[in-house]
Design a protein around this ligand. Sequence first.
Ligand SMILES: Cc1ncc(COP(=O)(O)O)c(C=O)c1O
Length: 391
Amino acid sequence: MSTSQTSASFRLASRLEQVGFSDIVQIRNKVMDLRTQGKQVHQFEGGEPYLATPNHIKDAMSRALRDNKTRYAPSSGILEMRKAIAKKVSERNNIPARMEDVIVVNGGMQGLFGSFQTVLNPGDEVLMFSPYWTPIKDLIAYSQAKPVFVPTAEARANGIKETLAKYSNARTRAIYYNTPQNPNGEVMTRTDAEAVAAFACDRDLIVFADEAYEDLVYDGEHVSIASLPDMFERTLTSFTLSKSYSMTGWRVGYVVAKEPWMTGLRKTTLYSTNGVSTPSQWAALTALETPIEFFAEMRAAYRKRRDLMVNGLNELGLDCAMPAGAFYAFPDVKRIDRDSRRAAEHLLEAAQVATVPGVVFGEHGEGHLRFSFSTSPEVIEAGLDSMRKNL
Ligand SMILES: Cc1ncc(COP(=O)(O)O)c(C=O)c1O
């Protein structure tokens, strides 16, 4: 290191000090090491749809490129796409959005980033059910606000409103509300959504809704909290095409919100990416026009994998609730090791089964491992078989 790099000038901006970096990347690296050593790894650590992007969407991308739809687009998204999103959320999510209430962003991550930056001031507190999708804690920290973890299990046992009240104070500004949830596949019911909404209205709080897995609900229904009375104006809802259309690498999503939030979202998007790649938006428009039957078939395929995985884990004595949505099983693995990092390591070394330690999703995830069942039934069978033989 040169002397200049040790000087006070070479200091990361303080707003990034509390922002962490992904643990999951370290797990991925370990898996890659094992594979380069020629070992077969049964991979359940991922967070992506196993399906390829459907051909009609890829064809739309080719068409957009051929037709030179490659220039700057409005930074909030092409008109046709925003119109199609307003129609989709009105019809399918029951959120009465107009085109002005919609912005196209680079996936759910940018939507959430923009939403937190739009609403939060330093020192604000955000209630979030825990375990939670790891980046949320860091996105809130990036806004110099404070995440406050509300154990989902406690809320289920003692009541949602009562539990939210217990973790609130005068600095509480908002609630992050994710359904279906990552990492445990829980789906919030309409009654749950009503309880959160009533609490938000009573306390005058803003809601960040994250509906990344809206199309992957196997039991019950998906309820958008912004569709409940008086909620649209106080909710910023992030959607993504990543999971619904197997488009994780395309980086397309959208946020639906009213003013003043939309002005904030337009600014955070303009000054970060200046919008989403134009040809990707034309392809995404075609994705949104996919007939609804597509999802029934997709859900049936995931359901089959879920049942296989969860039944197999329970047979192994790893207690696992049946997830109602998303594509993750989150069994209790204290039988292997109470420390989920050690449990994950043991599973990887003894059975070549790769998972994510539950503690990565917060202290309330400790004692669990996250298994993604977004893979082929053959991989699920082989992984379970290896656990049966080696645990
Ligand atoms: C709960 C949740 N929200 C949002 C996202 C963001 O997805 P993307 O940025 O790929 O659209 C993910 C991705 O894993 C997720 O699990």
